[in-house]
Design a protein around this ligand. Structure first.
Ligand SMILES: Nc1nc2c(ncn2[C@@H]2O[C@H](COP(=O)(O)OP(=O)(O)OP(=O)(O)O)[C@@H](O)[C@H]2O)c(=O)[nH]1
Ligand SMILES: [Mg+2]
Length: 362
């Protein structure tokens, strides 16, 4: 074997297969062109509604695209899916890195599919544009769920702003619901403001914790405790069980100090192990109780309506902001104005006003 052959051999697993003689170039290019053709909005809508996961993935990619043509098509698809959506339960899951979110979602998701539910897992993780999506790297942690035909797992959209990433996730929820997924899980890492964004797009918000050195409440943001409909202390297995039970008592005590929720739901604290699966089915029981209560009181629909309004305003905010900061006339003056503010030549408020006035005239 010559040395060049050896090189080729080390780069390719298999030698290339030459084209059979009956294929001709024009037929191949025709097939390739057909594959390249993008499906129409109608085709995407009917594919999604029939539960085709490949079409669903394609449509989500369209939502995530920043190309203006794609945005218009994505909007058509969302519109077409809206009437089919809304029949799901949306659950937000947050917790600091390493708490066991992925392992928990694997165990919880498998439990749900074993009950005949269809589960979609989406994420809001604005940092994922750097880390390439935490869920993607999680394929090993969610090994079983990834293979489950009743589950759909999609990593976080990458984007510069939390608002942008969150909006894309929210639109993806609609498509997943239209595709027949009845439980939508939205995962977020418990850092930054992403919990607030996720809280505003789900029906039930679950905070995942682990028992610490006894001082459980230390370092927990009060706002997150207040948002939680359930606090689940994970890794309650082996030597950890006792500590987890003590943590449960402490969290329960703390939760009683918060004012009661508008939903009238009293947040629950439970323990579980995502590894041994102990306590996983109880969590679903708790969530089901929440849905029973909020459907009965009408709070479920009321909250969704409020969330829709919130997202409308958020979308306008995002749009205006990006339109302003991407405007060439604003951009050309922004640095200079920033410097003037830095040098105390002008107050930040007056400087902002000048730029805003300029923008309004554009
Ligand atoms: N003993 C025990 N270990 C667990 C449990 N759940 C998760 N782990 C372990 O904790 C580590 C972190 O779990 P992940 O599921 O990756 O945690 P995560 O919250 O998704 O982490 P990030 O994706 O980095 O935010 C892994 O080594 C898991 O095996 C559990 O219930 N018991
Ligand atoms: Mg993870």
């Amino acid at each position: 074997m010559s040395s060049s052959n050896k090189q080729a051999g080390s780069l390719n697993e298999k030698a290339g297969i030459s084209s059979p003689e009956i294929t001709n170039a024009s037929a191949i290019s025709q097939i390739k062109n057909k594959r390249r053709q993008q499906p129409s909005a109608e085709e995407l809508i009917s594919g999604i509604i029939s539960g085709n996961r490949t079409t669903l993935s394609r449509a989500i990619t369209l939502i995530e695209s920043t190309n203006q043509d794609h945005t218009e098509k994505a909007n058509q698809v969302i519109k077409g899916c809206l009437s089919e959506a809304n029949k799901s339960i949306r659950i937000g899951i947050t917790g600091v890195p390493g708490v066991g979110k992925s392992t928990f979602i694997e165990a919880f998701g498998k439990h749900l599919t074993s009950l005949g539910k269809k589960v979609a897992v989406l994420a809001v993780d604005p940092s994922s544009s750097l880390s390439h999506g935490s869920i993607l790297g999680d394929k090993t942690r969610m090994e079983e769920l990834v293979k489950d035909e009743n589950a759909f797992i999609r990593p976080s959209a990458s984007g510069e702003t939390l608002g942008g990433v969150a909006r894309k996730t929210r639109e993806s929820i609609i498509l997943c619901e239209a595709a027949g997924f009845d439980v939508i899980i939205i995962e977020t890492v418990g850092v930054g403001q992403s919990e607030t964004a996720v809280h505003s797009m789900v029906d039930f918000f679950l905070l995942l914790k682990i028992s610490g050195a006894g001082d459980e409440l230390q370092g927990i943001k009060r706002g997150i405790m207040e948002m939680a409909d359930a606090i689940v202390i994970n890794k309650a297995d082996g030597d950890n069980i006792k500590k987890a039970n003590l943590a449960k008592i402490e969290f329960n005590r703390a939760l009683h100090l918060f004012p009661s929720k508008k939903s009238t739901w009293q947040p629950k604290v439970t323990t579980c192990s995502a590894i041994t699966k102990d306590g996983i089915s109880d969590i679903w029981e708790t969530i089901s109780q929440y849905f029973e209560l909020t459907h009965e009181t009408g709070y479920f629909d009321e909250k969704r309506k409020e969330q829709n309004q919130f997202w409308m305003i958020e979308t306008i905010n995002e749009h205006l902001k990006s339109d302003f900061f991407n405007n060439p006339k604003i951009l050309s003056q922004l640095d200079e104005t920033k410097k003037a503010v830095q040098n105390n030549e002008i107050s930040p408020f007056a400087a902002a006003q000048i730029l805003l006035d300029k923008y309004k005239k554009i």
